[in-house]
Design a binder for this molecule. Structure first.
Ligand code: GRF
Length: 216
């Protein structure tokens, strides 16, 4: 069974979806550790309620980004996970750590990348009257929100939809697609080779990535 470390900064709803999927055997893996950079994050409570150990590495206690990354690196090296999942982790990681873990670190981003890397994606979708919004799951590279894409989940933006409603629907598809992709990685059906995502035994990765459209 694959060992998964999950990095969070906030509410942790995706973390909870991942832990639940592991517990119900929908992910062929187990969350061995949760790492959080914000001691006030609600995700810490969620993890504790689900009996998962949380390591707090508060970025405010480090003088530089590199020092924070080094502490994270040394903890990850110690727990030695097969997969590192960034689930609402809001720190930008530097070159050294992203290179070291590049074939085992994935991120969830709430936009259809390469559209809208960075923050405030929901606002941008609404401002631009985009037809669709969605999520991207990708391997992490040193460039922000720009690593090799594994999967995208899309929804249609409704007429006059509020930001809160849009976010709620984005969360719903995150909680479906993210555990599913994590499971395929754990089963060895998705991997990274020469900076390219490799799919095995997956019929729906024809265009070089998995793309799902959700009606909800
Ligand atoms: C998610 O929408 C994720 O895409 C973004 O931050 C949010 C985290 O939510 N990066 P949660 O902490 O998993 O509830």
């Amino acid at each position: 069974m694959k060992k998964i470390a999950v990095l969070i900064s906030g509410s942790g709803s995706n973390l909870e979806a991942i832990i639940n999927a592991c517990n119900s055997k929908n992910i062929d893996g187990t969350v061995i550790s949760v790492i959080c950079n914000d001691p006030k994050a609600y995700g810490i409570e969620r993890a504790k309620n689900l009996n998962i150990e949380v390591r707090i590495i508060n970025h405010k206690e480090f003088l530089t980004r590199e020092d924070f990354d080094d502490e994270l690196d040394s903890y990850l090296t110690q727990v030695s996970p097969d997969l590192i999942v960034l689930a609402g982790f809001m720190r930008i990681l530097g070159n050294k750590i992203t290179k070291k873990f590049d074939n085992k670190m994935i991120n969830l981003h709430p936009s259809i990348l390469p559209l809208y890397p960075g923050l405030n994606t929901h606002e941008k979708v609404l401002q631009n009257n985009d037809k669709n919004h969605g999520i991207t799951i990708h391997y992490v590279s040193s460039e922000l929100d720009a690593g090799p894409i594994i999967a995208q989940g899309l929804i249609e933006v409704k007429t006059n939809e509020s930001k809160d409603h849009l976010i709620e629907r984005i969360h719903k598809i995150e909680h479906i697609l993210f555990p599913e992709i994590i499971n395929e990685i754990c089963k060895g059906n998705i991997g990274l080779k020469n900076n390219k995502v490799i799919f095995k035994n997956l019929n729906d990765a024809n265009g070089g990535l998995i793309e799902r459209f959700y009606e909800l």
